[in-house]
Design a protein around this ligand. Structure first.
Ligand code: CU
Length: 310
């Protein structure tokens, strides 16, 4: 929790967040009050009208028209308020302003890919400008995912073979967590991302920098970070899920099936594009086969980056 969150809700950092919260608190507090009244009445009646004498016979009860009308009319009004209010917020959440800046989002086991109007593709870190509506056009490359930014109060399923969308307008610069909230396989809980909200100028500078040519090893280091390769591969010699990338370049590799190979350009290319082709001895076949969409340039970059890790 940071700026204005509390025990019920995280920070409210988009233009719709406070509307969602008001409705939530209305439902929360009316329910709490009604719950308290019901319990109090129950306790009061249990004490007040308890049986005092084994021979006591209760008085016959006649319905009270006033009471019955009240418990029909008041809840109906409350439910209608929640409905109309909820409908208004729902319509707003589902109607991106026509001038919204569009980013294409692809969910893959197990990361998020974002494509900008100028063609730039980045993974896991979505930069957006502040004070401008942003529309996300989302689809999945494999299974069901769900895109959730708690601080913005927006969430939507991400499906294969169909587009869905959501929109938001961020109200303050900063970094906000993205979660996948639909169980999507082994590393579902690691399918995390960040929204990085920047001023208009910072955002423009960032986008410009992304599309410029970096030296291959630097580009590769970015790809390695953005695609979360580090979740399974260390760069300092430590063994995690997969082999470390340190000292890999030029080393002889032993495979499960007894074969061997020297880690050169083609070996690394194949390891990334088709991880099941050779399984390094003593390791599980756990590397996702979802990196096929890496561009030739990104692959060159990864190879150059791995070469630097002697
Ligand atoms: Cu997912």
């Amino acid at each position: 929790m940071g700026e204005n969150g509390n025990v019920w809700m995280p920070d409210a950092m988009s233009t719709v967040a406070s509307e969602v919260d008001s409705l939530f608190y209305f439902v929360l507090w009316t329910s709490t009050i009604i719950f308290a009244l019901v319990i109090l009445a129950k306790v009061y009646f249990a004490v007040r009208f308890r049986r005092r004498d084994p021979a006591e016979v209760p008085q016959p009860i006649h319905e009270s028209k006033l009471l019955e009308t009240a418990w029909i009319v008041i809840p109906t009004i409350l439910v209608l308020i929640v409905f109309t209010w909820g409908f208004k917020v729902f319509v707003k959440l589902n109607s991106p302003p026509p001038d919204a800046y569009q980013i294409t989002v692809r969910g893959k086991q197990w990361f998020w890919e974002f494509q900008y109007p100028n063609g730039t593709v980045v993974a896991n870190e979505m930069h957006v400008p502040i004070g401008q509506p942003v529309k996300l056009l989302m689809s999945s490359e494999d299974v069901l995912h769900s895109f959730f930014i708690p601080d913005f109060r927006v969430k939507h399923d991400v499906l294969p073979n169909r587009y869905t969308s959501l929109w938001f307008e961020a109200t303050a610069p900063g970094e906000y967590q993205i979660y996948c909230t639909e169980y999507c396989g082994t590393s579902h809980s690691g399918m995390l991302g960040k929204v990085i909200v920047q001023t208009e100028e910072e955002f423009a500078a960032w986008l410009n920098e992304q599309s410029q040519d970096l030296p291959p090893a630097e580009l590769g280091a970015n790809v390695f970070r953005q695609y979360n390769c580090g979740v399974c591969h260390s760069v300092d010699g430590t063994r995690i899920v997969g082999p470390t990338m340190k000292g890999l370049w030029g080393a002889e590799r032993q495979f499960e099936d007894g074969g061997t190979a020297v880690a050169d350009e083609n070996y690394i290319r194949e390891s990334v594009l088709n991880p099941g082709a050779h399984i390094v001895a003593t390791y599980p076949n756990a590397m996702p086969a979802t990196f096929g969409s890496l561009s030739a340039k990104q692959l060159d970059g990864l190879i150059a980056f791995i070469q630097t890790l002697e």
